[in-house]
Structure formats: C-alpha cells, structure tokens
Design a protein around this ligand. Structure first.
Ligand code: SF4
Length: 273
C-alpha cells in the first residue's frame, strides 16, 4: 500500500479541495438563486452534496479495490481514475512539491492493483508484451524494431531473454521506439491486454492511451541514465505474464510449436484445437 499511498492521498486531498470550492461557489451564488426561487439554494445545495458523496464513495471504492485487489468499482470508474484523477493528482502533487516521477510511480502501482482486481474477468486471448527500444544494447547492430526475430540472443542485453519469455508463454512481443509507434503496434496487433515495460512517463501515457485495454506496467531500470542501455527485472515481467495467463499455466500445459505456429490452440488451456 505504501507506494500507492501518494496517488491515493493526493486523490483524497483533491477531493477535499473540490468540496470546499463547491461550498464556496454555492455560498457565492445562493443569494442570486433565492431571487429566482426561495427553495432553489437548498435544491442546488442538496444536488451538490449528493454529487460530493458519490465522488467520495467512488474514491473509497478505489482505495478498497487497490488495497484488497478485489474489484468493487462502479462501471466506468476505472476510466475516471486513469483519465480524470491522474491529471488532477499530478497538478496537486506539483503544488505540494511532490515530484512528478513519484506521483507517476504511485499511479502505475494503483493501476496495476486495479488491473489485478479484475482477476478472472480479463480477456487474455491476445496478450501483447510491449517493450521500449532503450532496452536494446546501444552498440547492437541488429534492427529489432521491425521484428524481434532479428535478435541473436547474444546475452549483451535483456531483449533476448524477453524474446524467450514471450516464446515460452506464446504471447506477441513488440519493441516500440516511442509513443506513436507503440500506439501503431496496439492498433495493428489488437491486444486484449498488455504487459508494458517503460519508464514512468511512457508507462503513464501508455496506460492512458491504451485505455480501455488493461495495461500491467513494469518499470524499467536505468543504471546508465534514461533512454540508453536500460534493463528490466525479468521476474517481474514473468509474474505479470503469468498473472494474465495463469489459468492456462496452472493446468501445466504447454503450447506445441506446430499449434502455436498455426495459431490453433486454446488460449486458456494451451491445448491444440
Ligand atoms: S540480445 Fe539481441 S538485441 Fe541485445 S545485443 Fe544481443 S542481439 Fe542485440
């Protein structure tokens, strides 16, 4: 819960600020509303109070869903978190002197918890493993953005191991050099769910752009600074893939190469069809 608390705390502060602003606004317009009808300030006040209560309840459900990884959200509430709440928390965080990176990291953790809360309800028929180009060794001469098949798996960077992981789990893997290319990959491969590896900035914008496709985000590591010779914890990527495909692998099944090549296998049981 610790890493998620920045985003959730800022969301709560945003809510309190919005409620006070609404009360102040009501206080300003109430005298004019009385001139229209004496009962109007009460009606408007009640409507505003009901709206504030619904938003508070929504935030409470996000908090419980995040903490328990059990989906209690209203339909469409995930969209509210991704599209509305995140930009507000970024702005409030800036006012309070909290770094953008911390807010984004926290948002990614909340997003992952909410995706995990959908356990058993996620369509895992087309899983895409989307990787950033900066994972490739800077001196490597093979062009892997067109196809990962070009990687020689020489061990100089983590790309070869990620290609092996994608092969092991029978998921589509793609490398994108930026947001535009990542969006194109998503349009072309039409995934039902994504495991995305990237830095805080690219992951948060990717989660927003991909919505409503659920994205499990894994942050990359940058021992040589940003955008060059980055790496990623393979176990965390594998955990994310296993979570999405768990029903298939809990059965201990494996995809036969022939069935995989032909694309004729049950996505859940891995049995050829
Ligand atoms: S593992 Fe693949 S991408 Fe990385 S350096 Fe070797 S050939 Fe290049």
């Amino acid at each position: 819960m610790k890493g998620k608390s920045i985003f959730l705390g800022l969301s709560a502060i945003s809510l309190i600020v919005l409620v006070f602003m609404a009360i102040f606004l009501w206080y300003l317009v109430a005298p004019r509303l009385v001139q229209i009808h004496p009962g109007l300030p009460i009606v408007v006040g009640l409507a505003m109070a009901m709206f504030a209560m619904m938003v508070t309840l929504g935030l409470l459900l996000i908090l419980i869903s995040t903490a328990t990884e059990k989906n209690l959200l209203f339909p469409g509430e995930n969209q509210l978190t991704v599209k509305v709440l995140f930009p507000i928390t970024l702005a409030v965080g800036k006012l309070l002197g909290i770094s953008k990176e911390s807010v984004k990291r926290s948002f990614i953790q909340v997003n992952n918890a909410l995706v995990r809360s959908l356990r058993g309800k996620i369509d895992n028929s087309r899983v895409l493993l989307l990787l950033p180009h900066c994972l490739q060794n800077y001196t490597c001469m093979y062009k892997i953005t067109s196809t990962m098949e070009n990687c020689r798996r020489c061990g100089k960077c983590v790309v070869g191991d990620l290609a092996k992981l994608a092969e092991k789990y029978g998921v589509v893997v793609s490398i994108a050099t930026g947001g535009t290319l990542a969006r194109r990959v998503i349009v072309e491969t039409r995934p039902t769910v994504i495991v995305g590896v990237a830095c805080e900035t690219d992951l948060t914008s990717g989660i927003q752009d991909a919505y409503p496709i659920p994205v499990l985000g894994v942050l990359n590591e940058r021992p040589y600074g940003p955008c060059r010779n980055t790496t990623v914890d393979l176990k965390r990527v594998e955990d994310a893939l296993r979570f999405l495909l768990n029903s298939r692998f809990e059965l201990g099944a494996t995809v036969s190469p022939t069935a995989k090549k032909a694309g004729r296998y049950d996505q859940r049981t891995a049995a050829p069809v």
